[in-house]
Design a protein. Sequence first.
Lengths: 619, 345
Amino acid sequence: MSTLTETPLSKAKRELLEQAVIRFAGDSGDGMQVTGSQFTNTVALYGNDIATFPDYPAEIRAPAGTVPGVSGFQLHFSSSEIHTPGDSVDVLIAMNPAALKVNIADLKANGILIVNSNSFEESDLRKAHLTSNPMEDHSLDKFRVFPVELQRLTRAALQHLGLDAKAMDRCKNFFALGMCYWLYNRSMEPTVRWIDEKFKKKPLLVEANKLALKAGYSYCEATEAFQISYEIPPAQLSPGLYRNLSGNQALAMGFVAAAQKAGLKLFLGSYPITPASDILHELSQYKNFGVLTFQAEDEIAAITSAIGASYAGSLALTTTSGPGMALKTEALGLAVATELPLVICDIQRGGPSTGLPTKTEQADLLQALFGRNSEAPIPVLAAATPGDCFWIAVEACRIALKYMVPVIVLSDGYLANGSEPWRIPNLDEIPAFPVKFATDPVGFQPYKRNPDTLARPWAVPGTRGLEHRIGGLEKQDVTGNINYEPLNHENMVRIRAAKVEAIVQDIPNVLPNGDPEGDLLIVSWGSTYGAITQAVNGQREKGRKIGHLHLRHLNPLPANVGDVLKRYKKVLVPELNMGQLLWVLRAKYLVNAVGLNKIQGRPFKQAELDQKIEEMLGL
Amino acid sequence: MTTTALPPLTPLTKKDFQTDQEVRWCPGCGDYAILSAVQSVFPELGVARENFVVVSGIGCSSRFPYYMNTFGFHTIHGRAPAVATGIKVVRPELEVWMVTGDGDALSIGGNHTMHLLRRNVGIKVMLFNNRIYGLTKGQYSPTSEFQKITKSTPYGSPDRPINPISLAIGAEATFVARSVDVFQSHLKDTLRAAAAHRGTAFVEILQNCNIFNDGAWFGLTEKEARSEKVLQLEHGKPLVFGKNRDKGIRRKADGDIEVVQLGNGISESDLVIHDAHHPRPSYGFLIAHMEERPGFPTPIGVLRAWDALPRFEDVINDQIQSVIEKKGPGDLNKLLRAGDTWEVK
């Protein structure tokens, strides 16, 4: 097995940068997500702040070389704090003409373009519906273009291993990755370790991928292709131990942590759906934590099995995306009526219907708040960043268990797959909320409530003397007996609403970032947190009086939201939907807020936010 | 939480399983007889009352849990199998019984029924089949006869009915039986057999809805018909029926079955011997729907009882145990710190 040695730089000039944005783009079979993740992990380990944006098609393998098959992974890494994956890119790696065609508009003028020149034959151009060869038609003149024979060079580096051509070609993404490591002066070591682990049962592939990686690095070294390399020093994040974490991983770990802090077993009932499936994959690995994952026959069985598990005394969870939420609607009502603790994660994607399965959107807010028959209020929380998903998971469980209610957690495709450096908490930083089941038969009534929280007792099967019946029919308060009397029904509807309202006493007031009062307040929720934070910081540096109020609790809303809204002359609510939080705020607070709405399956760009902010400020 | 079930404190009686709730089925409904049979059998099972959980979906039959003094969960239409599965996998020591109807289990909940059966979750299922939608006042159900006149089919039902027993055996259920509301002692025996089965036990109970489909099973339950039209299955015994036990079921050369008259050189030794314990469901399927053919009787009793298949909840919990044994109990601190980490000072 070869050992990797990195020769020190010779003649190439090294330039110090504050930040860079790099995008890997290729066929969905080219391994762009792996390549991007490896680069991300390496720079994160080095200490850069990072924000990523994986962007891939819904088709697993669209016809090779075509535009619908293009998969991309964008990474923003920096020596200062950053919140977005970046509007435009400094370096674009395009594995074929289709990837070039789709992504070139985002490359900055004078940006670095690395292309696999072996894939620009007549037939490749035709697959991408290009009439002329961009490598020859001067359309790329404003960029620094580096045509590299990725395929030929990779094959040359691996030919002695005896792999077939297809297997060798599959390593060319690591050749490109090696080049990028050279370009940004990064160690290949973390990726080498990953290769060792990933292919440990296939020594030949370990060898091949390491060789390809090293060949890419050496190619830059030997040919001095770039003339220049870059250095981005580590960022000054708050002290602590960090790891790189995606939103779905964070949710999974958050639920495991919450189950331990509650002293309960975790049950997940789920049905595979993009972009939520990774939570199921993660949790199914944690069996030694006693986590029981049940891949149900459909979305309805996923939530109803979770309701059964909750009834039987587990911390129960179901995970899905918008179409699955729609299917779970009736069962959500059952959880409301039976007042059982349950957490429902909706990892939002573009809709309606099947919509844009792999693209992000935040258009399920009103569905989460109101999408049930009759009066069925449910607390709703939304994570702000990939790392915040961990804390939102813990908070959702805390509320569900304390108030005996189902709780909806909203995340989205952008948070689910995006990642950021996450400061690992000490266990005592995670709140504990040990659960006590009802055990005393004396005076037991299934709907006798805790006067503070209005929660009913959790009386699990197997507890002697607490035999009782629950169900979806309207019931009498206290006794839980079926009851259809008019006044009882109104009373029960009001109690269920009051119980959710009571949670407001238990959640902190929100403080706006930036100016505590001023010309403009931006109100946001969910994954737009990063982009808006970045925009507000930039605007305030220019002396503008702006505040940013980001909501993690969407039902109930924190008690002071109305007061904060009054402290600014104007209110802007940017959302990746047609104005759903806007609608809520206008209805609830009679505030003349304005929306900025984007429904393209993509996050906000900095420029889009800046333009609207400046327009509202009359600039 | 207890993970091992305690035995009853004192011997339980039928009365211990009755609730103070007023039973709201129509007078004369077959459900009363089934409720009585279940309340009689439960005390015999050696299970503490608090360890029984009765789960139901929606429909007349699904009001059942309210009348059983056990833990009970009246869920939503068609979803009882999934709720019950959730309960059973996290608490395998509980004795979970499910009550459902022909519409609940075979129409809106057909998918869940199939998956419950093929997973072999240790749940007892009682499907009350009255061949009609009662609670919505008289529309045809998935077991209603072809061309049946109902409120929603004034010119006759265009649907071919499904046979619950065929469906269960087709899904390779490990225990499949049929009984009748008014055959009290047969019903109790069948429920006892179901209780003794570890895997999923599926029991179809033919039940009369005297309001919307009165007499649906009179062809079997009227005194004259009982012996002529009903074939009572017993493991290891030949398939014989008829008032004078003079008819039987014989295998044909092509593997199919036929009704034969005993005598004239045909004796019981020529008949099919009932084998409920065969590992394969093929024989059970062959006899499952014989009553749909002219001249054939309706089989009741245990069609299939093969209990060698591991239960779903055991497979899933054993897997968890084996991972814990291999990796040691999960350490949250280690989980959070797994993979590549770096320190910022």
